[in-house]
Design a protein around this ligand. Sequence first.
Ligand code: HEM
Length: 464
Amino acid sequence: MRRSDDGLDNGPPLLPLSILETVWPFFSERHSFIAQGFQFAGSIFRFKLLRDTVIVVSGERARTEFLTSKYLDINEGFKVLSGAIPMLPGVTSNLNTGVITLIHKRLSNAQSSERLENLIPYILSDIDRAVTTWSSDLIDPFAAIPTLCFQTSVRCLACHELADDASLVGRLRVLYDKLDTSTTPASVLLPWLPSPSMVTKLRASKKVYDIIDGAIRARLDSGISRDDTLQMLIDSGDDKLIIVGFIMGLLVAGARSTGTTASWLVTFLAEDIERRQKARDEIHALLSLHAYVIDNAKESVAELLSAIPLEAWEKGTPVLDKLIRETLRIAQPHAAMRRNMGPDIYVDGTCVPSGSYIVYPFSDVHLNSQLYVDPWRFDPDRAQVEGKYSYVGWGGGTTVCLGQRLAKLEMKLILAILLLRSDFTLVDRNGNCPTSAPRPNWNDHLHCKPTKACFVRFDEHKNC
Ligand code: HEM
């Protein structure tokens, strides 16, 4: 074991690795790196990330204490350990608690029942339009579905003018992709160093800023009020930097997680005809309850589905709910990250010094074979398991996802359109039945793409 220079000689085991052996794997192969750490040290270990100490914990007690501690701060944790957000200090990063609280309040307003109800026809028509532009009946779900979710996220979190302009949405998406690819260990850990990746990241952030700033100015100059999130933010009287920060920051948080989850949802459905039929039956049942006055022959799928009210999407879809829940368990390679902003605290009996970082990988609970038998098997009908915080798909304790209402709605509307438009199946790149089912790659912590590409084939002629 190496001697530590963090004064934690009685703390959790320190991985006997050099900086080079920790930094790169932590950012590029996090799941394997953490699994190896547990293999080496047992249920808790620590490592150095340049000058910072990072403690990685596991087990029910550690999970509970991690999730419920009032001293562990998610924003400070993400700043140093993740960094996959646009870099504009005071707009999207280095925000004080008051600004973060205000942004969270506005996010809640953006998801009021009235707002979501009004958004349903827009989201459906965005999805319908995007699907009709797919140039082939063979799509890569891990490219096409995130693109679709980016469009619906712009619609729901920004404004109609941006969402209606396909080329601007495309530019924004390219810029956000650049932000992801330029998030390297150097840009995260040494943000003051003008490395090429940092410069790319700053440039991309500035361009995103300009696009959103332009949309705000155009709205204000037009004097026309529209019913969308931007208008809600303007009408709240918020400072322009708050409005830009809200849109820039939440677009990345929202679109990426929703895109990843929706890609896997479609993939898991494409694998199994009975699964698809069950989900489709549920949507047909909603249609027969709510869309009976509409002349089916004349309406598009999107128009038909618009007749289903928000409440039915939220409370009347147990099959879709189970599909989403199981997808989050198996295909969300999240490691929760925090910084201890309070005094020294104890997690599972181990000291987490003030100022240090702590990580809880969701694999510890979601891929735990003692809690979930055969954990890699996708089984939406699994019984819920006993134990504290034994499911954290939307977070738990002091930090739960504040965008889940919107995310769930978007994903259900995507599934509904795809299921009703045509049938679809999982194939390999040559259009043949794949030899093995794709598996979520937890080392790809942003996108969770499978290591072997898979495709979904839509059967144009089959009317569902
Ligand atoms: C399928 C899509 C999504 C999934 C699976 C997801 C999952 C999560 C999880 C697990 C957390 C807790 C993280 C932790 O404890 O480290 C979280 C937090 C959060 N999510 Fe989501 N999320 C999704 C979509 C969204 C969307 C669409 C938005 C906003 C529009 C959003 C906004 C947030 C925010 C603001 C937090 C931080 C809450 C806080 O600091 O207290 N999420 N999300």
